[in-house]
Design a protein around this ligand. Structure first.
Ligand code: SF4
Length: 753
């Protein structure tokens, strides 16, 4: 009772004298469907949402469901409190709050009728027991805890408090009443002794189990828990439980417990979210259980640590190899099992537990798993995990078919930004910012590496998607402060928008969507294996897309938010290196509008600006434009009517030489045609005439680029020409700078969000 909050009890209108809870109508977390007849506050569980009493009144009045507006409000029954003076005394049924019907009777009228019915059914009824266990007469909005042991009352109230204040999950009043009635029926002294009926519905089961767990946690702590063979990991800041009972040797079990107690505090914890910490510890323990099983085959059952040696380690390793050979364990699982047992044994030794007197005292020095005992990992597949562009196009074309707006938005964001699914799921409501140029930046937390508040330049189309989602969420949860909202709130157990969809539910919804799609086909028309279409593949596709477009590995590392270049390298195929080399080589000959070499400046960019530039360009007919508003609009909003040859935002390179030549020819042809034309007024001719300045600028640009080529040695020139051919074959490629917006638009032609 000391753990209960007075404010919570007041909110639930807890009446300690009557032992009754009366959560207010419309409470966010303790819910019940109320009859829709005006003035009636009775619970109505039927699909019609009209309570039985009002249904009867409707019938008598000859009215239909659509005429409930004319039905008068029911008479409010007098609330009878046991604390109030009873004229006839309280009903003798323990749970009942009513008064007796007659001064010389024992029960209220309703219980008197129930007793009669029970007696008809069972002439040998034990009336004293029936009196103690029969439920209270149901009254919408009230749950009676009368007749329960004081400890059980405290456990129920505490469980409800934790559900409301900590877990913020909904509790149905009908489930709460049913659990209380069943606790009373079983006459338990503590919820620990309660046997949850096997046939219970999910709501009942969830509530009963959460009462059991909260009652247990209320009087436990990590210090108490480590002495048990099953731990509730919630007490360590993680989720789930871990059981050590499968480890049969007492010394190994205690040593593994010591390892777990040492390891858990170092695991990542996130408020309100499940992390992989508990999962990882559980997996380590299950691997040690395999070792336990192996040494358990010895004649001494492996109970004496001093008797164990290298031959036992070899037996364990051979056993794993055998399981793999018979298909009962995958190669990955075998490697992981060896690694994890090695980790536990090394740590146990480092913690001094193998010293004399320690739990594993006397364990032989040769009972270790060395680095060389870990089987070699298979070579990574050279096909990569990214999806072919044509498959991406088909997926994006069907994206509108995802029914849940949150799931649709999450999948679109994973595709557009290449973030990990868990990063997108947990993104905050106010994740969209603008940089100094007004360009969109996504702010996200990289929980995997513990790097929070990361900034990723994103395309305007993605920013628009976020803005639409923000408006939807704001309308959905108007009362929650913006700083506490999630961009992708879940529709389950989330009354205030503070909980986001989970990576698990997103992956599940994504798989269901992909499975329901028509067959996906490669460019050759071959059916593509849908099992490869997983959320993480979009991250690989994002990396490959940028690598193909020639983004430098350092910029790509920034975009992927990796610490090590080696990690980034594993995200794209080396087979693409030829194209990347070509882009790098052509990048040596980049020019501004005046024909000055521009690439040097790009190299001097600071890291964050580099990432921004990496997606901050858009294609124009014979080069690239870096003007922010035009880039933001995907190249359709030039503020200078596309006078690129005279614009500071323009840049071109040697691969555009043929386009520049064609443009010059075009200008000259137009000029000749206009001069020869007699159909135009003089002013119109003047306006349509290509300017001499533009022609001379283009000429100068062409000659500068050609001169740049001339300056090269024969070998270098040949290599540049080869590179130009490669780059022109992949015209979507910009020089060192991918045009993500254009790539994105090509991949998602049908998106209308
Ligand atoms: S004129 Fe300048 S701003 Fe306009 S498209 Fe050309 S480079 Fe971009």
């Amino acid at each position: 009772m000391a753990l209960l909050s007075g404010a919570f009890l007041a909110e639930m209108a807890w009446d300690p004298a009557r032992c009754v809870l009366a959560p207010p109508n419309g409470h966010r977390l303790v819910v019940r469907p109320v009859c829709r007849v005006g003035g009636c506050s009775t619970t109505a569980t039927t699909a019609r949402k009209i309570c039985l009493s009002c249904q009867r009144r409707l019938r008598i009045a000859g009215l239909g469901d659509d005429e409930i507006g004319v039905l008068p409000a029911p008479d409010e029954p007098t609330r009878l409190a046991v604390s109030a003076p009873f004229s006839n005394g309280p009903c003798e049924v323990a749970a009942c709050v009513r008064q007796r019907r007659h001064p010389d009777g024992l029960y209220c009228e309703a219980h008197q009728m129930r007793l009669r019915a029970e007696r008809r059914r069972d002439p040998d009824l034990d009336e004293a027991r029936w009196r103690r266990t029969d439920p209270a007469i149901g009254r919408g909005g009230e749950v009676s805890l009368r007749g329960l042991e004081p400890l059980v009352v405290a456990q129920v109230l505490y469980g409800l408090q934790q559900r409301c204040l900590v877990e913020r999950v909904q509790t149905k009043e009908s489930d709460l009443r049913a659990v209380c009635d069943d606790l009373r029926r079983q006459r338990v002294g503590s919820v620990a002794g309660y046997v949850v009926p096997k046939s219970s519905n999910l709501g009942f089961l969830g509530l009963a189990n959460s009462f059991l767990a909260h009652a247990r946690r209320a009087i436990s702590s990590p210090e108490i828990e480590v002495g048990r063979d099953e731990w509730d990991l919630v007490l360590f800041g993680h989720s789930g439980t871990v059981s050590f009972v499968a480890i049969r040797q007492p010394w190994l079990r205690e040593a593994t417990k010591a390892w777990a107690a040492d390891d858990l505090p170092r695991r990542r914890v996130r408020p309100g979210r499940r992390t992989s910490g508990g999962l990882s510890v559980r997996h380590h323990v299950s691997c040690v259980a395999l070792l336990s099983e192996s040494i358990g085959l010895r004649s001494d059952h492996g109970t004496r640590p001093a008797a164990l040696g290298r031959s036992d380690v070899e037996a364990f390793l051979n056993r794993l190899a055998y399981l793999t050979s018979t298909g009962r364990m995958s190669t990955d699982a075998r490697i992981r099992a060896v690694r994890e047992v090695r980790g536990v044994l090394s740590r146990v030794r480092a913690m001094g537990l193998t010293r004399p007197g320690g739990v594993a005292g006397g364990l032989g020095d040769d009972f270790v798993i060395g680095r060389s005992d870990v089987p070699a990992e298979p070579e990574p597949s050279s096909t990569g995990r990214d999806l072919p562009p044509e498959v991406m196009s088909q997926l994006c074309a069907h994206l509108d078919g995802v029914s849940s707006p949150e799931t649709r938005c999450a999948i679109a964001l994973v595709i557009d930004t290449g973030r990990r699914p868990e990063e997108i799921c947990n993104i905050a409501f106010d994740c969209l910012e603008r940089d100094n140029d007004g360009l969109a930046v996504l702010v996200f937390d990289n929980h995997k590496a513990g790097r929070l508040g990361r900034r990723l330049p994103i395309a305007e189309v993605t920013a628009q998607l976020i803005l639409i989602q923000q408006a939807r969420v704001r309308a959905w949860f108007p009362a929650t402060p913006v700083g506490e909202l999630k961009l992708l709130p879940t529709d389950r157990r989330n009354p205030d928008g503070r909980s986001a969809i989970t990576p698990f539910s997103l992956a599940f919804a994504h798989r269901r969507w992909v499975t329901a799609l028509p067959p996906l086909r490669t460019a050759d028309g071959v059916e593509f294996d849908k099992s490869h279409v997983v959320l993480y593949a979009y991250r690989h596709s994002y990396a490959q897309r940028h690598a193909d477009a020639g983004v430098g590995i350092d910029v790509l590392r920034e975009l992927m938010d990796h610490r090590k270049l080696d990690t980034t390298k594993s995200y794209y195929r080396v087979g693409e290196s030829r194209r990347r080399d070509a882009v790098d080589r052509v990048a040596a000959l980049v020019f501004d509008r005046n024909g000055n070499r521009a690439w040097q400046q790009v190299h001097e960019l600071v890291e964050s600006e580099h990432a921004r530039r990496a997606i901050g360009e858009v294609a124009v007919p014979f080069g690239l434009c870096t003007e922010p508003s035009n880039v933001g609009a995907g190249g359709t909003a030039c503020p200078y009517r596309f006078r690129c040859a005279g614009c500071d935002h323009f840049r071109t390179d040697v691969s555009y030489l043929p386009d520049l030549g064609a443009y010059l020819d075009d200008l000259l042809r137009n000029r000749e045609r206009l001069l020869a034309s007699s159909e135009l007024d003089e002013w119109a001719r003047k306006e349509a005439m290509p300017s001499k300045e533009e022609i001379s600028r283009i000429r100068r640009l062409i000659s500068r680029i050609k001169a740049g080529l001339e300056d090269l040695g024969d070998d270098e020139r040949a290599s540049i020409n080869e590179a130009v051919k490669t780059v022109r074959r992949h015209r979507a490629v910009a020089i060192g700078m991918p045009r993500v917006r254009r790539v994105g638009a090509e991949l998602r032609p049908e998106r209308h969000q």
